[in-house]
Design a protein around this ligand. Structure first.
Ligand code: ACO
Length: 443
C-alpha cells in the first residue's frame, strides 16, 4: 500500500531520508536532519515571499485559486454576499459558525456599544497634517488605541480577546470616518446606534445638518456586500503581518496597525486606489491599446489584475462588477466602468495576460463603486481595512491558541562579507556602499 511519505536522497552523502507527508506538505523542520556532517546546520528551504510555504493551519477561509472558489468557514462567498450582512459574516469569521437570531442581536449590540472613541483619540488625530492620507491616519490611530486599552495585553485570556475584537470591529468605522471628515475640515459626526453597521458608517461620513440621516438602502446594501467580500482572504500579506506581529504576543491593536500598514501598499489593498487612478489616466476606450502596450513592455502594471493565488477570475470581482450597475441606478453611471469593462475585454483576449493567467481581482471594480458612492480615492484602502479587521482578528486569535505556533522568525541565506578587521578611519578608502553600487547598476 502507498505510504504518505517521501524519500529524499542527498547526493552529497548518498544517504536517504524518509519524511512524512501530511495535508500535502512536509515539515520544513524535518529537513534539518539532512546534513553533510555533524558540523552542518542542516538543510533549509529557500522560499522568498513564501510562495510555496504553508505558515499555519487555518479553518477560516478556503480558496481554490484555479477554480475561482472562495468560502468563509465553508460558506460560498456568493451566498454570503447575497443573503448575509457584514456583522453576521464577521461573527461567522470570528466565531466559526453563523449566529442564530439571539446571538446575532447580542453580537450586534456588543459591537455597537464600542463605536465611540475616547475624546483624546480625536485630539490625537488632530495632530496629523491637514492633508494626511486617511490610511496613514488609520494605521497610526489604531496603533495608538493600544495605549488607551493597556488591558488588551492579556491576550491569553479568552474574555480579554473577545473584548478587543468587539472594540476593534466597533471603532474602525469611527476612526475611518473621522479621518475623512478631518481631511475636509468638517465636524465629526457621533455614531448613531439606531443605524446598521454600514448605515452608521455612511452617516458618520456624509451626515451634514439633517436631524435624522437615512442612508439610501441600495447604497447601504452595496457597501454591506463590499464589506462581506473584503472580510477575509486567508494568508495574504496583511493577514501574514497580523499573525507574524501577533506572534510576538503584542496586543491586538499594535498587530492590527501592522496588518493595516501591510494593506496600505499598492500591491495589496492600495491597489483599488491605484486602479481608479489608472482608469482615470487612461480616460477613454481608445487609449487602452497604447496602455496595454506599455504594460506588456514592462513599463507599468495593470492595477487590479493578477493575484498570487487566483489563476482564474476572482469570484469577488464578479460580484462587484454586478452590483456596480445596481449602484449606478441610484448614483448615475460612473463613466470609468466603460473603460474598465473594455480594458478587461482586451486584456482577457491578449496572449500576455492569458499565458500568465492574469484576471481582474477584487480591486479592479471596487474603486469604481466607491467613487460612485462618493468616496475619494484616498479612502479606498480604508474601506478595505474596516471589514478586513474581522478577518485579521480571526487569524490572530487562531494563531494565539495554536500550539504549533511560536514567535515568527524565519531563517536567511547570508550573502554578506566574511569576518574582516576594523580599519581606523584615517586609513579607509572611499566606501563602496550598497547605495553607490545600486546607483551604478552594479547590484
Ligand atoms: N500587470 C502586468 N503584469 C503582471 C501583473 C499586472 N497586474 N501581475 C502580474 N504580472 C506579470 C508579472 O510581471 C510576471 O510576468 P513575467 O512572468 O513575465 O515576469 C507574471 O505576471 C507573474 O507575476 P508575479 O509578479 O510573479 O505574480 P505575484 O503572484 O508575485 O504577484 C500581484 C501578485 C502582486 C497581485 C501582482 O499580480 C500585481 O502586482 N498586481 C497588480 C496589483 C494588484 O492589483 N494588487 C491587488 C492584489 S489583490 C489584493 O491584494 C487584495
Amino acid at each position: 500500500m502507498a505510504k504518505d511519505t517521501i524519500s529524499v536522497t542527498d547526493n552529497r552523502t548518498g544517504k536517504t531520508y524518509e519524511l512524512p507527508i501530511e495535508n500535502g506538505t512536509i515539515r520544513a523542520m524535518d529537513l534539518r536532519q539532512i546534513k553533510v556532517d555533524k558540523e552542518d546546520f542542516g538543510l533549509m528551504t529557500y522560499d522568498p515571499s513564501l510562495g510555496n510555504t504553508a505558515s499555519c493551519k487555518s479553518a477560516i477561509t478556503f480558496i481554490d485559486g484555479d477554480k475561482g472558489i472562495l468560502r468563509y468557514r465553508g460558506y460560498p462567498i456568493d451566498q454570503l454576499a447575497e443573503k448575509s450582512t457584514y456583522l453576521e459574516t464577521a461573527y461567522l469569521i470570528v466565531k466559526g459558525e453563523l449566529p442564530n437570531r439571539e446571538h446575532l442581536d447580542a453580537w450586534t449590540y456588543n459591537i455597537t456599544m464600542h463605536t465611540m472613541l475616547h475624546e483624546n483619540t480625536k485630539k490625537f488625530m488632530e495632530g496629523f497634517r491637514y492633508d494626511a492620507h486617511p490610511m496613514g491616519m488609520l494605521v497610526g490611530t489604531v496603533a495608538a488605541l493600544s495605549t488607551f486599552y493597556p488591558d488588551a495585553k492579556d491576550i491569553h485570556d479568552i474574555e480579554c480577546r473577545r473584548l478587543q475584537v468587539r472594540r476593534l470591529i466597533g471603532k474602525m468605522p469611527t476612526i475611518a470616518a473621522y479621518a475623512y471628515r478631518y481631511s475636509l475640515g468638517l465636524p465629526y459626526v457621533q455614531p448613531d446606534n439606531e443605524l446598521t453597521y454600514c448605515g452608521n458608517f455612511l452617516s458618520m461620513l456624509f451626515r451634514m445638518t439633517e436631524r435624522n440621516y437615512k442612508p439610501n438602502p441600495v447604497l447601504e446594501r452595496a457597501l454591506e456586500v463590499l464589506f462581506i467580500l473584503h472580510a477575509d482572504h486567508e494568508q495574504n500579506c496583511s493577514a501574514n503581518a497580523m499573525r507574524a506581529v501577533g506572534s510576538s504576543r503584542v496586543d491586538p491593536y499594535s498587530a492590527t496597525a501592522a496588518a493595516a500598514a501591510a494593506l496600505y501598499g499598492p500591491l495589496h489593498g492600495g491597489a483599488n486606489e491605484e486602479a481608479v487612478n489608472m482608469l482615470q489616466e487612461i480616460g477613454s476606450a481608445d487609449k487602452i491599446p497604447a496602455f496595454i502596450k506599455s504594460v506588456k513592455a514592462g513599463e507599468r502594471k495593470l492595477m487590479g489584475f493578477g493575484h498570487r493565488v487566483y489563476k482564474n477570475y476572482d469570484p469577488r470581482a464578479k460580484i462587484i462588477k454586478k452590483i456596480a450597475y445596481e449602484v449606478f441606478e441610484v448614483t448615475g453611471r460612473n463613466p470609468l466602468i466603460d473603460v474598465a469593462v473594455e480594458l478587461e475585454r482586451i486584456a482577457l483576449e491578449d496572449e500576455y495576460f492569458i499565458s500568465r493567467k492574469l484576471y481582474p481581482n477584487v480591486d479592479f471594480y471596487s474603486g469604481i463603486i466607491y467613487q460612485a458612492l462618493g468616496f475619494p480615492a484616498s479612502l479606498f484602502p480604508v474601506l478595505f481595512a474596516i471589514p478586513r479587521t474581522s478577518g485579521w482578528l480571526a487569524q490572530w486569535a487562531e494563531n494565539v491558541i495554536d500550539p504549533d505556533q511560536k514567535i515568527t522568525r524565519p531563517r536567511q541565506i547570508f550573502t554578506g562579507e566574511a569576518e574582516r578587521s576594523y580599519v581606523p578611519i584615517e586609513t579607509r578608502p572611499a566606501p563602496q556602499t550598497l547605495e553607490r553600487k545600486l546607483l551604478r547598476g552594479r547590484l
